[in-house]
Design a protein. Structure first.
Length: 372
């Protein structure tokens, strides 16, 4: 039998935001925790996103998790030294049907969305001509994803969590995780490896309809040199978040955007941006779904994002600092929570909202494990 290199009440496989969320909640419960991560640091979807806590636009379970996660982010920001922006989100409407969706959403959410006219939108965020109005979602938050997950890992390490970096999990079984560096004995196990669930549990992933979603994103210089406190969404964003798509006028908006911009709807454009602490803008994004993606990037996607963002900002051109592809798990249901064996939970946020929901989802998973 392989000798044990560690043991813990909870072993978490995966050091992205979903895995770290479970470690945070376990520490708060007084449990001993070990985290196994195949890379030397988190480099996946948790650092390749907008850093947008898009709490308000969720619905159902996602809204419940997001509401709890918001409070957890506020606490962690203080405790772990995480940069956090509390300027909310501004949704920019550049057509009457987009504003109609926001009116319905605002009426349904009882103060969670404040309607704005065109001038009020321009006062809050830099936009080009043609804005008819918008909405401000004050509950939303922003973090710097390149800093946040690493700060959480450091905070956990200071509280006794043992990290096994560059240690791939080869086998998960009741009571143990077998890594390339040895066996870790576990009272309970949470496997939080995002779109790599099919590497360890291929049958489970297949039953869940798990696929990969590839995003094209860019970092650009701010063309206006203006501080932008809120995250900024647009009419294309209204097609992507369940809280908006549930509005009665949502289908008509989708039909109009599809007819007028079939190429943009076809690439799954979510035209939005957030400002980084250094002033640059993170812009994007596009969505493509599959099992394995070709390594070759077609520049057409980036050109679409750059052109539409420049038009939104009223800028002649944008200066690109960085380009990257993000990949996250996608499935028909927004959350994959499975129990493939006793004392083991496989957890993946399969809807691109891990930063928004993970810190609220994790306590419910650990409650379930604690009942065993």
């Amino acid at each position: 039998m392989t000798s044990s290199i560690d043991s813990a009440d909870l072993v978490v496989v995966g050091a992205g935001i979903v895995g770290l969320a479970h470690a945070v909640d376990a520490v708060r419960r007084g449990l001993s925790v070990a985290v196994v991560e195949r890379d030397e640091r988190a480099v996946g979807a948790s650092v390749r996103n907008f850093g947008h806590g898009c709490f308000t636009a969720q619905s159902g379970d996602a809204l419940r998790y997001a509401t709890a996660a918001r409070a957890a982010w506020l606490d962690l920001a203080k405790e772990a030294g995480i940069w956090l922006g509390d300027g909310g989100t501004v949704v920019v409407a550049r057509a009457d049907d987009e504003y109609a969706v926001l009116e319905e959403f605002s009426a349904a959410r009882d103060g969670q969305a404040v309607l704005l006219d065109g001038r009020e939108v321009a006062d809050r965020v830099p936009v080009g001509p043609g804005v008819v109005g918008g909405a401000w979602l004050p509950m939303d938050l922003r973090v710097d994803p390149r800093q946040a997950v690493h700060a959480i890992a450091a905070w956990l390490a200071r509280r006794g969590v043992r990290f096994h970096w560059a240690a791939s999990a080869r086998l998960v079984e009741p009571g143990a995780v077998i890594t390339g560096r040895g066996r870790i004995d576990a009272g309970r196990v949470v496997v939080a490896i995002g779109h790599h669930v099919d590497r360890l549990f291929p049958d489970l992933a297949e039953r869940a309809g798990l696929r990969r979603c590839a995003l094209h994103m860019l970092r650009v210089a701010d063309p206006h040199g203006r501080r932008v406190d809120p995250a900024v969404l647009t009419g294309f964003s209204l097609l992507r978040y369940d809280g908006f798509t549930a509005c009665p006028t949502g289908p008509a908006l989708r039909a109009r955007l599809t007819a007028e911009h079939p190429e943009l709807v076809g690439i799954g454009l979510n035209l939005m941006f957030t400002q980084r602490p250094d002033g640059d803008l993170t812009i994007g994004d596009t969505h493509a779904y599959g099992g394995t993606f070709d390594p070759f990037r077609d520049d057409t996607l980036d050109r679409h994002v750059l052109a539409e963002t420049a038009r939104l900002l009223g800028a002649d051109r944008l200066v690109v600092r960085e380009r990257w592809r993000g990949v996250y798990a996608s499935a028909p249901e927004p959350f994959l929570i499975a129990a493939p064996m006793a004392g083991v939970r496989v957890v993946s946020v399969t809807s691109g909202i891990g930063m928004t929901t993970a810190l609220g989802l994790a306590p419910e998973v650990l409650d379930d494990l604690a009942e065993m």
